[in-house]
Design a protein around this ligand. Structure first.
Ligand SMILES: [Zn+2]
Length: 262
């Protein structure tokens, strides 16, 4: 199983990171997509990925920390680590700050220039993400909307830019009916599953800190929403994750009129 999004570098894991990784591996998790959040944790993410071959690093500046962004350091590290993707970047209208939009667009431009897949955090900002995708002359090879919270129409539009949609254990809360409908209806080849650990604890986990070993039960729950069994869903997710990472071809420029207004 592949955890498509989590933050192994988080200091909430400093005391027992190795134990937690081993627990996850014992439960069948084979690969971790580890996303940075700001320049201060980029080196730590890369160090973790260098130590363990099954950690795939994404470095970038999260919208909440947009004022800390450092483009020249990002480019230098991406140059040194050709396997690294870009993330977690994005837009968040709930915690907005003035540097968000320019920081996001700058990183999307770097992702396009350097041909790297991007992990995107988007909260109530799909119109702005669409506008940015429209403005870019060249686009990143693949996008992952982690913890996707948009509509099917938005997903359909974003799919034209080779987007994938990842879901965490929060989709398993019974009150998330709308989200479950989106998960059930999305095309199978666009789906991914994540823990977002140490954040977003699933309903079956009573601790504040979410852990990577929760992935198998999250995957099983989301397979249930898709009305499929966990084993075949996992095979599909693996193929999607590989395609997301490996597709480095220039995308044809799609028709960019967004069919939605947020
Ligand atoms: Zn995250």
């Amino acid at each position: 199983m592949i955890d498509a999004h989590l933050h192994l570098q988080d200091d909430r894991f400093d005391l027992d990171r190795e134990t937690l990784l081993k627990q996850a591996e014992a439960g069948g998790v084979t690969f971790f997509f580890c996303a940075a959040t700001r320049p201060a944790d980029w080196e730590k993410v890369i160090e973790l990925a260098e130590k363990r071959k099954n950690i795939y690093p994404f470095i970038g500046t999260h919208p909440w920390y947009a004022d800390q962004h450092n483009s020249s350091l990002l480019k230098r590290l991406l140059n040194d680590y050709s396997a690294a993707g870009i993330g977690e970047i994005g837009l968040d209208s709930i915690k907005s700050n003035p540097a968000q939009e320019s920081t996001f667009e700058e990183q999307m431009t770097i992702a396009a220039e350097m041909n790297r897949p991007c992990v995107i955090h988007c909260v109530r900002s799909f119109d702005k993400v669409a506008a940015c995708l429209k403005r870019l002359k060249k686009r990143p090879p693949a996008l992952m909307f982690h913890g996707f919270s948009g509509t099917l129409e938005q997903a359909e539009f974003l799919s034209r830019f080779n987007a994938y949609f990842s879901f965490s254990g929060t989709a398993l809360f019974p009150e998330r009916q709308k989200l479950r409908k989106v998960i059930a209806a999305l095309p199978a080849d666009r789906l991914l599953v994540e823990t977002d650990a140490p954040d977003m604890p699933p309903p079956f986990w009573k601790e504040k800190r979410n852990v990577p070993a929760n992935l198998p039960l999250i995957l099983e729950g989301i397979a249930g929403i898709r009305k499929t069994d966990a084993a075949s869903f996992n095979t599909l997710l693996r193929q999607n994750a590989e395609r997301f990472l490996l597709q480095r071809l220039d995308q044809p420029v799609p028709n960019t009129d967004p069919p939605f207004v947020v």
